[in-house]
Ligand binder design. Structure first.
Ligand code: CAO
Length: 425
């Protein structure tokens, strides 16, 4: 079966997480992703958070599947020649260097556009144009600068970052869509363009409901926030809402059987209005179905805390899976708090290819997250990440059609590394 992006050639200048997330997705959709890495060290994550000595870290392997690796010193004149050949060959250059790095390499937009007018240049930066455009940015900086941290956590506590990598992986996802859109537009214009995703913008986009609430604040308190029911006045900015639901249906995280010893024996419980009566029956409060103090969503708003406490008395008598089973029977939306261990072991995620076991020559078997986007006619197969420089010769010979003499010259110039230096020290 063919792949959606068959024939698309990506010059992958990405490192760490945001950019690699993007190019990994493109590779899963069938693009030929050629990752350029610095000889000797490669992507810094090869050596970060290592669990096995001298073996590419899971950080690296889990973000670089289905790619080819070429080691190339782009500051060496011979290396620059190879880079120019790759610029001519490829459709898209993807990078997430610090601001100014690409220009310092001589790869200005003007230069690239002259070498290959069809080339799309896609970049992740921490911030878009403005006062912070020159700053280096990592995940949590973006979460803080994009409005997520300010609105995450409990009202009484400090701002919190989330474990979901919305700054890095989230922006990588945004960038991938931008690239596909630019490729589509190129079909009619014949020209490449620049695609920019700032991490601050990506996080703000994902936190858009909080900007919604910021504007609603001007017209009165946010009645679905539990602080309203608790009689705590609102300030001039959207507060942290604990585990309140971000939508119109109140929700909260409740304890389930075993919570005293199991940190994940909890469930997210949503008191969706259409199933209120079913909730009342389930928890043993049938009187709440007709009691005017509980009957309507509006009447319930000031008492949400007490209502959830009552529901919790019921959830604490069951495991999170029992709660889920009983609630789903009557269409009450609930979400068990699944640990990474439970997700890793979940057979249905294995069956759909969302959790995949991969074999790696130096690491052995490990688990990864496969492509979460399923196309019926472009099924993703997860192939292990490349060793550092594993495809250097193959790319010079088979992709760029360089002769043996030319390859020997490039090698003796020191512009390419050896495959034997497989991992960063
Ligand atoms: N050959 C020669 N030099 C190379 C090279 C190669 N193949 N690949 C990279 N380099 C050089 C670059 O030219 C640059 O050198 P100069 O600064 O001398 O021009 C240097 O290596 C890498 O630059 P960097 O500043 O991007 O790397 P860093 O580790 O200092 O910073 C990061 C990392 C992530 C903070 C920064 O790249 C950044 O802000 N990126 C944009 C935002 C982003 O993506 N953040 C998410 C990071 S987690 O996904």
């Amino acid at each position: 079966m063919g792949k959606a992006l068959d024939g698309v050639k990506i010059l992958d200048f990405t490192h760490v997480q945001s950019g690699p997330t993007c190019t990994q997705l493109l590779a899963w959709f069938g693009a030929d992703v050629i990752k350029i890495e610095k000889p000797g060290t490669g992507d810094i994550t090869r050596g970060q958070l290592r669990d096995i000595p001298d073996v590419d870290s899971l950080y690296f392997t889990m973000l670089n599947h289905n790619k080819r690796s070429i080691t190339l010193d782009t500051k060496n004149p011979k290396g620059k020649e190879v880079l120019d050949a790759l610029l001519k060959h490829c459709d898209v250059l993807v990078e997430n260097f610090a601001p100014g790095v690409l220009d310092r390499m001589g790869l200005t937009w003007e230069y690239i556009h002259k070498v290959n007018p069809r080339m799309i240049v896609a970049s992740v930066k921490g911030f878009g144009p403005g006062p912070y455009e020159d700053c280096k940015v990592y995940e949590n900086v973006a979460q803080c600068a994009g409005g997520s941290a300010s609105t995450t956590g409990f009202r009484e506590g400090p701002p919190l970052v989330t474990g979901a990598q919305i700054g890095d992986s989230g922006t990588g996802l945004h960038l991938a869509l931008g690239i596909v859109a630019a490729l589509y537009q190129r079909n009619t214009t014949g020209k490449g363009q620049k695609v920019l995703c700032a991490m601050q913008d990506g996080v703000l986009n994902l936190a858009r409901v909080k900007l919604r609430d910021q504007q609603r604040l001007a017209h009165g308190p946010l009645t679905e926030y539990s602080q309203y029911g608790e009689g705590v006045p609102f300030g001039d900015a959207v507060p942290r809402a604990g585990n309140d639901s971000g939508g119109g249906q109140p929700g909260w995280i409740l304890k389930c059987k075993g919570w005293e010893t199991d940190p994940n024996a909890y469930i997210y419980f949503i008191t969706q209005a259409p199933v209120w009566e079913a909730i009342c029956d389930l928890i043993g409060e049938p009187g709440w179905k007709t009691d005017p103090g509980y009957k309507t969503p509006k009447a319930r708003l000031p008492k949400l805390k007490a209502i959830f406490a009552r529901i919790e008395q019921w959830t604490m008598t069951k495991t999170k899976f029992e709660v889920m089973q009983e609630c789903n029977k009557v269409d009450i939306p609930v979400g068990p708090i699944l640990s990474m261990k439970e997700l890793a072991e979940e057979p249905s995620l294995r069956a759909t290819g969302t959790v995949v076991e991969v074999d790696h020559p130096t690491r052995g078997k490990y688990l990864t997250v496969g492509n979460p986007i399923k196309l019926s006619d472009s099924v993703s197969e997860v192939k292990r990440s490349p060793l550092l420089g594993e495809h250097t010769e193959e790319i010079l010979r088979d992709v760029l059609k360089f002769g043996e003499k030319q390859i020997a010259e490039i090698r003796s110039s020191g512009a390419i590394g050896g495959t034997e230096k497989m991992a960063a020290e």
